[in-house]
Design a protein around this ligand. Sequence first.
Ligand SMILES: Cc1cc2nc3c(=O)[nH]c(=O)nc-3n(C[C@H](O)[C@H](O)[C@H](O)COP(=O)(O)O)c2cc1C
Length: 265
Amino acid sequence: MSEGAILDAISKHRSIRSYKPDPVSEDLIQEVLEAGIRASSSGNMQTYSIIVTRERALRERLSKPHFHQNMVLDAPVLITFCADFHRMRRWLELRNAPDGFDNFMSFMVATIDAVLVSQNVALAAESHGLGICYMGSTLASCDEIGDILELPGNVVPVAGFSLGWPDEAPELRDRLPLGGLLHYETYQSYSDERVLEIYKDRELDGWKRYMAHPELRRRVEEAGVENLAQLYTKVKYSRDSHQAFSRRVLKYLESQEFMNQEDDS
Ligand SMILES: Cc1cc2nc3c(=O)[nH]c(=O)nc-3n(C[C@H](O)[C@H](O)[C@H](O)COP(=O)(O)O)c2cc1C
């Protein structure tokens, strides 16, 4: 792909939540995955696995842990990217090499690898006209999804998206302005005025967008929410829900052997 084509694919990205039922050919899936695995990888170890799920029956089972989001069944393909030290640790054992990869650092290294690959695959797919929508439920329900996908120890689902041919052409969504996200040389602290300026357009556009959604509007009115910031943390991402998901993920990391970091010193 030429440089211009890459920038074009990147700048046209929008999440697709409505799909045609048409399948995605095996050749095309292979092509975007081959492009995906060109991503940088810590130590070039490729400590991730990619699970492509097309079977309807499996996607039906995955629907609940994905909170019944329609994309799981409406798109023909679901791809789950897992942090995976299982394969690498097995190889170390077979080659009689010492192994120190059963800890949180290893989980983070493998997660970064998996997420870099996922975004490469997403862009390669979008450059072919396919659509994707990431689902945060992959991590939130990593334990249930792990059971359904029959993951061994040292494998944890961290990112996932639906994949298929778009049946909608949504507008590009806004981003916070680059100037508000960027720091040259060292971190520049934000004045209160600057923070409000950075979120100024978001407060208007985001509020309008959520109010156009009848179910969210009802919940916002019920919760007495007055602005977009409150909508985020009183309705969408409450402290209770984030704490519950944190406990769930940490427990699964423990059971998947990623939390052995006892201090031997
Ligand atoms: C880690 C992650 C998790 C996400 N989870 C969901 C999700 O569960 N459901 C959903 O509809 N969109 C999900 N999204 C998509 C975001 O809502 C979307 O990227 C954002 O609103 C910007 O819109 P755009 O992708 O169309 O530009 C997720 C995106 C990311 C990166």
